[in-house]
Design a binder for this molecule. Structure first.
Ligand code: GBH
Length: 456
């Protein structure tokens, strides 16, 4: 086992926001209680073979009924903030129209419990749980979904706007586009490959419309949580650098450029998108108060291998051989239980590349997710992961990148999407048969590190 780092972390600014993250579908359970409607993930998990361990999220961690216990864990950890997501199908069960007051009541209670514990609520409005009636009408492939999303955002802001400290519109539209609509590995299980691109544009439009709706309600601190990581070309050969550039375009720039620069990174690609794209870009690029980055790992990308016969398994994802790029295994770094390489220094690299590309258009940054999957409660490897990434983050800050907060994914083990319960990302262990919560060694390490930081 990896040993616990000996030297204390470098000092972060006094007002740096320390937090942990979760999402509704992954922790709440209670999927048909108190008027919640079905989500696309409820339907997806009911289809045989979609989730590796055959599980679903009907109970998950039981957080819906145990939220007080979970807030007590947050308080014990000493974090300043908690990032959770609001389940759209709990608040607006059909995705549009009638509001479910009982659904809003749950988040109302959660927010009050957090405030009483001295933890600032950070609310994500959408973390992949599209209401199933909207999905059946085409989901994010349809422009109307963006409008319904903004209407829902306004409903949530009307109820929680006075108490939620920071708002996040979307979580990782890149993943939902690629895995949900492109490759069919996540809900809604569509396999449209490049025809999935409208789902990216409509999510981005939904983001912009939601920013406008929140601002109209007087909400002040708004960001987005996009997933980003450096793309490394497999070699200096033209075929590999071109493949890596395309991968980077689709996974990084496609989602950051419209938000931060008000344009798509490539005109040919923009021409494939539906709607009045130029007008939409003005909405999509509403200035943000901060920009959220979910960082997990860099990706090594080369040209596809013409000899590859079938789909390649990559980091738990099966990739069709006809894609114009091929992710490769990164050698020479430790790996998490998920097989993802642990490359802390790539976080510095990522942040410096963001400053370089976006310059003055980049608002203050928050790391809205960073974490790893490991088994066990004596999780020294997770401690080493977090320690390394925090040092790397500090280095980027020393170099002048304005980072205001860092959130660990995740507070507790949870429903890890297509992996089911097999991948454990938590600082707190969950026994999924008894729902008993047990803080891991990493929980105690972070608690002590935060106490150290507070001592100043
Ligand atoms: C996040 O997405 C989600 O927001 C969260 O819900 C989820 O539970 C958490 O991360 C953990 O998965 O094949 O080595 O290149 C994950 C973002 C970006 C992580 C792509 C995996 C590919 C791994 N993902 N990355 S690799």
């Amino acid at each position: 086992m990896t040993t616990v780092p000996a030297s204390p972390l470098p000092r972060f600014p006094r007002d740096f926001l320390w937090g942990v993250s979760t999402s509704a579908q992954q922790i709440e359970g209670a999927v048909d209680e108190d008027g919640r409607g079905p989500s696309a993930w409820d339907v997806f998990t009911a289809r045989p073979g979609r989730v590796k361990d055959g599980s679903d999220a009907r109970v998950a961690t039981g957080h819906y009924h145990r939220y007080r216990e979970d807030v007590a864990l947050l308080k014990g950890l000493g974090v300043g903030a908690y990032r959770f997501s609001v389940a759209w199908p709990r608040v607006v069960p059909a995705g549009r129209g009638a509001v479910n007051g009982a659904g809003l009541d749950f988040y109302d209670r959660l927010v009050d419990e957090l405030l009483a514990a001295g933890v600032r609520p950070v609310a994500t409005l959408f973390h992949w749980d599209t209401p199933q009636p909207l999905e059946e009408a085409g989901g994010w492939l349809r422009r109307e979904t963006a409008e319904h999303f903004a209407a829902y955002a306004e409903v949530v802001a009307a109820r929680l706007g006075d108490r939620v400290a920071h708002w996040i519109t979307l979580n990782e539209p890149a993943e939902l586009t690629l895995l949900g609509y492109g490759l069919g590995q996540h809900a809604p299980g569509r396999e449209l490959v490049f025809d999935a691109l409208p789902a990216a544009h409509h999510q981005l439009l939904g983001h912009g419309l939601a920013v406008q709706a929140l601002r109209a309600r007087g909400v002040r601190s708004i960001g987005i949580a996009n997933s980003h990581g450096p793309t490394w070309p497999a070699s200096a050969a033209e075929a590999d650098t071109a493949a890596a550039d395309l991968y980077d375009l689709l996974l990084n720039r496609l989602f950051a450029d419209p938000v931060l620069l008000g344009r798509y990174p490539d005109e040919d690609l923009a021409a494939l998108l539906p709607g009045p794209v130029a007008d939409d870009l003005r909405i999509i690029s509403e200035p943000l108060d901060w920009y959220g980055i979910n960082y997990y790992q860099p990706t090594l990308v080369g040209a596809p291998d013409p000899a590859a016969a079938g789909p390649a398994d990559f980091g738990g994802i099966s990739l069709p051989p006809e894609l114009p790029f091929a992710p490769r295994e990164i050698e020479g770094y430790p790996r998490t239980d998920f097989g993802w390489p642990v490359v802390p220094e790539a976080l510095t690299e990522l942040l410096l590349s963001f400053r370089e590309r976006y310059g003055a258009s980049l608002p203050p940054v928050m790391i809205t997710e960073n974490g790893c999957a490991y088994e066990g409660v004596e999780d020294g490897a997770r401690i080493a992961f977090l320690d390394g990434h925090l040092r790397s983050l500090h280095e980027a800050m020393d170099a002048g990148v304005d980072v205001r907060g860092y959130f660990v994914w995740s507070l507790m083990d949870n429903f890890e999407w297509a992996e089911g319960y097999a991948r454990r990302f938590g600082l707190v262990h969950i026994d999924f048969s008894t729902l008993v919560r047990t803080p891991k060694a990493s929980y105690r390490w972070l608690r002590d590190a935060l106490r150290d930081q507070a001592r100043g």
